[in-house]
Design a protein around this ligand. Structure first.
Ligand SMILES: Nc1ncnc2c1ncn2[C@@H]1O[C@H](COP(=O)(O)OP(=O)(O)OP(=O)(O)O)[C@@H](O)[C@H]1O
Length: 296
C-alpha cells in the first residue's frame, strides 16, 4: 500500500537530509506509528506520501502509483485516496460539525442524498451522533479532533495519515482518539500516525517505525515507543509468484501509470542494446520479516 525504497529528502538550502535512505513497506490494513523526536522527519515522511513534497532520491509507491511518475493532474486523485488529520484540527470555525464533514464530500461532487446519509453515519462512528448542529467552538479539543477524523474518513479512503493528532490533547483524550483511529483501521483503512506521544504508543502495542535525525532506526511489529534493536528495514527483491495479490495489483497499476505517461513498455527482447529508459523500476521490493526485537 505504501512502499519507500531508499528514500532521501533534502530540503533546499539545508545540509542534512530530513529523511536519509529510508526503506519501508506498509501493507494494506496495517496500523503504524511513526515516532521520533522533533525534527526527526515524521512530517516529511507523511508529506511525501501525499506528494506534498518530492523525493530527492529513491522512489515511493502509494496505492499502486509510483509518485515520481505521477503527473500533476493525477495528484488530486491520489489525495482522494488519503485522509489526513492534523494536530490543530483545522476545522472551518463558522461552519457546523455537519457542514465541516459534508464539505469533504461536496468537493468530491457527492450527491445531496449521499451526503445526507453518510455524514450522520460517520459522525455516529466517531462518537459525535447528534452533535451535527454545533459549531467547533462549542466542542472540546477531543471532540474537535473527532470532527476532523470524520472529515478525513467520510469518503472511506483506503489510507488515513495523522500528523501528531493528539499533540493538543490531554493523555486520556489522546488515548480515546487513538482508539478511534484503531476502530477506523478495523474497517480496513491503513492508518499511519506520526507522534511523539510515548504513553499512547506504549498503550497500543502496534507496529512502530522510529526515525532519528532522518534515519530509520527501528521497525518493530508490535512494541513500545523505545522498543527495538533492529537497525534498519531491509528490502529484498520479491519473486513475482511470491507477491501477495495487492502488490501484484500495485505492480500492474504502476505499469499502467507508466505507460500512460511514457508510452508502451518495450516488449522483452526488442532493442536489447538500446539504453533502458526506466532503470530499476522493477522488481518490486518487499519488507523482509523483521526478527523479533528485544525490549529495553
Ligand atoms: N519546508 C522545509 N524546508 C526546510 N527544512 C525543512 C522543511 N520542513 C522540514 N524541514 C526540516 O527537516 C527536518 C525534519 O522535519 P520534520 O518536520 O519532518 O520533522 P518531525 O519529526 O515531523 O518534527 P516535529 O515533530 O517537530 O513536527 C527538520 O530538520 C526540519 O527543520
Amino acid at each position: 500500500m505504501i512502499l519507500f525504497e531508499n528514500v532521501t529528502k533534502t530540503y533546499p538550502r539545508t545540509q542534512r537530509p530530513a529523511l536519509d535512505d529510508v526503506s519501508l513497506e506498509i501493507t494494506r490494513g496495517e496500523f503504524v506509528f511513526v515516532v521520533g523526536t522533533s525534527g526527526s522527519g515524521k512530517s516529511t515522511l507523511l508529506q511525501l506520501v501525499m506528494k506534498e513534497q518530492d523525493v530527492t532520491a529513491g522512489r515511493i509507491l502509494v496505492a499502486g502509483r509510483e509518485l515520481g511518475l505521477l503527473a500533476d493532474r493525477k495528484v488530486p486523485a491520489l489525495r482522494r485516496e488519503i485522509g489526513f488529520v492534523f494536530q490543530d484540527f483545522r476545522l472551518l470555525p463558522n461552519k457546523t460539525v455537519h457542514q465541516n464533514v459534508a464539505y469533504a464530500l461536496q468537493v468530491l461532487g457527492a450527491s445531496r442524498a449521499r451526503i445526507r446519509q453518510t455524514v450522520p453515519e460517520t459522525l455516529e462512528l466517531v462518537g459525535l451522533g447528534g452533535m451535527g448542529k454545533r459549531l467547533p467552538h462549542q466542542l472540546s479539543g477531543g471532540e474537535q479532533q473527532r470532527v476532523a477524523i470524520a472529515r478525513a474518513f467520510v469518503n472511506r479512503p483506503p489510507i488515513l495519515l495523522a500528523d501528531e493528532p493528539t499533540g493538543n490533547l490531554d493523555p486520556d483524550t489522546s488515548l480515546e482518539i487513538v482508539k478511534l483511529l484503531e476502530r477506523i483501521n478495523h474497517t480496513g483503512t491503513t492508518v499511519v500516525m506520526a507522534t511523539h506521544d510515548t504513553a499512547t504508543v506504549n498503550a497500543m502495542q502496534k507496529r512502530v517505525i522510529r526515525l532519528d535525525r532522518g534515519l530509520l532506526v527501528a521497525d518493530v511489529e508490535t512494541g513500545d515507543y523505545t522498543t527495538g534493536s533492529i537497525p534498519r528495514v531491509v528490502l529484498e527483491p520479491a519473486q513475482p509468484d511470491d507477491l501477495p495479490d495487492p502488490l501484484q495489483a500495485e505492480a500492474l497499476d504502476a505499469v499502467e501509470a507508466y505507460e500512460e505517461e511514457e508510452g508502451e513498455l518495450p516488449p522483452i527482447g526488442r532493442d536489447a542494446d538500446a539504453p533502458i529508459a526506466r532503470p530499476e523500476r522493477f522488481p518490486l521490493f518487499r519488507r523482509r520479516q523483521p526478527e523479533r526485537s528485544t525490549t529495553h
